[in-house]
Ligand binder design. Structure first.
Ligand SMILES: [Zn+2]
Length: 80
């Protein structure tokens, strides 16, 4: 590949025409801060935030404030 930015200097930079949302736990020291696909380790990503909100509720996450979510272990009080 040729061009003004040699491969490896800036990494891969591009504009994603279809950005996806992912949901992260708002607790600062959360050990597992990203909502993942059920029975999987991959982050759940979707272009529609309401889909993430629905999945988060199913997974036991709780909305602490508008735009701020806590994962199941954080809103239950670090009791694991
Ligand atoms: Zn958390």
């Amino acid at each position: 590949m040729s061009g003004p930015d040699p491969v490896g200097r800036l990494g891969r930079v591009w504009f994603d025409p279809a950005p996806l949302w992912e949901l992260r736990c708002a607790a600062p020291f959360c050990s597992d801060p990203v909502l993942v696909v059920a029975d999987d380790e991959r982050p759940l990503r979707n272009p529609d935030r309401t889909v993430l909100a629905d999945e988060a509720r199913v997974a036991g996450w709780q909305q602490a404030a508008p735009g701020r979510w806590l994962c199941r272990s954080c809103h239950q009080g670090h009791d694991r």
